[in-house]
Design a binder for this molecule. Sequence first.
Ligand code: OOG
Length: 253
Amino acid sequence: MTSTQIAQVLDQAAREAKPVAQMSEKEGFSLREAYIIQLTSIQRRIERGEKITGFKLGFTSKAKMEQMGVHDLIWGVLTDAMQIEDEGEISLSNYIHPRAEPEVAFLVSKPIDKAISQEQIPNYISKMAVAIEVIDSRYENFKFSLEDVVADNCSSIGYCIGEWKDAKPIINNLPIELSFNKKTVQQGSTKAILENPYQSVVELSRLATEAGLKIDEGYVILAGAATAAEWMQKDTKIEAHLQDVGEVSFNVK
Ligand code: OOG
């Protein structure tokens, strides 16, 4: 299959919520080609009227790398169709096998068009929030190689962001928690995210500029999960809490 055909298969799997077999080994595509497939699938979304709203980082924590057996940081694209309203509701039937992860989100206040350092972040990031990312690999049994998951836009399908707060200067050890119906199912620290979630912005600035992409003003950056992901279940209130920043939730029907 060509990159365009692979992008089409993955895009269709996402739209129909029907999983497909892993492809990278059979089709023999490299990591570089995987990002081309990812951007081709995003292009299809844009043609349908979706708008890019930001980027996500993946595998920025050991817990996630170990859970998925994958060992490199990856990035994907967010669109407006993936937004879940804070305190909103989603239907499990629109997904294949979704999982939820507690995350830190940043709001870009000035376009990032070069690789920046942690010291430069206050010039580019004004707000932060706690977030929940919903991932829903398009591959059967949520099993993939690094190339597969990149081609599949890093499993992203949804994100829910709490109230934006002024970005704090020091966020490298804030307790973060995910709960289902008020019962804690995951807890960790922002330290798990590359020792400091701001490092995710640094890494993204390098990777996006290498790929020729600008991180626009108003974009959201999801820094990556601090803990392993949890399978979502019906009739569940999913909530994340980040100390000193806030909480966010949605209901699964
Ligand atoms: C890939 C996405 C990983 C994270 O925060 O590390 C990710 C997956 O686990 O399916 O979103």
